[in-house]
Design a protein around this ligand. Structure first.
Ligand SMILES: Nc1ncnc2c1ncn2[C@@H]1O[C@H](COP(=O)(O)OP(=O)(O)O)[C@@H](O)[C@H]1O
Ligand SMILES: [Mg+2]
Length: 236
């Protein structure tokens, strides 16, 4: 297996202390290769969001090791000085509620991240439009977010998650708000993007419509992961 992508070893997360402590993750092991889209399922409260938050450097694990690409980012402590740069440059996020910025149009919502990295505005907007086209929402490029349907907003949020071409994308229930054809279209695009940019993607989902598309699925229960080979035909 490739060394790149996402690698998690013995990852543990304890919230709180003493009697009220919650062990949300217990020695979790996981690997996602570059170009791979892996599903993560499990009941409510099983630790899915905690795992994504640790990987996304939003909260600190209690112990264990996390590697993104060829960089060890956590080994019983953060190994990266600038966590903000890590979050901005290495990780793309797609959440269920799209959280678009209401006073920026669709193109600038997507172009903002590269602009913040210092990419010239014209170049950032061209990149945004390229992704909006790939996601088939280019006709909404100049619209304000409030004018979009839920499905359109979600596709714009995906474009934003991909625009910096991060090596890792973390998606928490990205299709929950979408009807079946649109949910499948989103998963198809995530697969295409994974393949094209060699992105390692984790999709947290309960969505019965998309679960059969994964070649590999991790189930998490009470903070412990179990790997399964999906019936997944994928999209190749
Ligand atoms: N900030 C927190 N403080 C204390 N406990 C938490 C916190 N966040 C989550 N938990 C607990 O950790 C466990 C896993 O939660 P979570 O990762 O949100 O699960 P999921 O996303 O699978 O529903 C649950 O028992 C939850 O109550
Ligand atoms: Mg959750």
């Amino acid at each position: 297996m490739s060394e790149k992508g996402i690698r998690i070893g013995g990852l543990s997360k304890r919230y709180g202390k003493g009697d009220t402590a919650v062990d949300a993750l217990k020695h979790v092991d996981m690997h996602v290769a570059p170009g791979e889209v892996v599903g993560l399922t499990g009941p409510s409260g099983s630790g899915k969001s905690t795992l994504l938050k640790c990987l996304g450097a939003v909260i600190s694990p209690t112990a264990g090791r996390m590697t993104l690409g060829d960089q060890v980012i956590f080994d019983d402590g953060w190994k990266v000085k600038d966590l903000r740069a890590l979050r901005r440059d290495k990780i793309g996020y797609v959440f269920q509620a799209p959280y678009l910025i209401p006073f920026l149009d669709v193109t600038d919502n997507v172009a903002l991240l590269p602009m913040l990295r210092g990419v010239p505005n014209g170049e950032a907007r061209a990149k945004a439009l390229e992704l909006l086209t790939a996601l088939d929402v280019q006709h909404r490029a100049r619209a304000m977010p409030s004018k979009l349907s839920g499905g359109e907003q979600q596709r714009v949020a995906i474009a934003r998650g991909l625009v910096n071409q991060p090596p890792v994308i973390l998606a928490d229930e990205p299709t929950a708000a979408l009807d079946s054809p649109r949910a499948m279209a989103v998963i198809k695009i995530l697969n295409e993007m994974a393949h094209k940019f060699q992105t390692a993607i984790i999709v947290v989902t309960h969505d019965e419509k998309i679960i059969p598309t994964f070649k590999r699925i991790y189930h998490i229960r009470d903070g412990v992961t179990h790997e399964e080979t999906g019936e997944g035909r994928g999209f190749e």
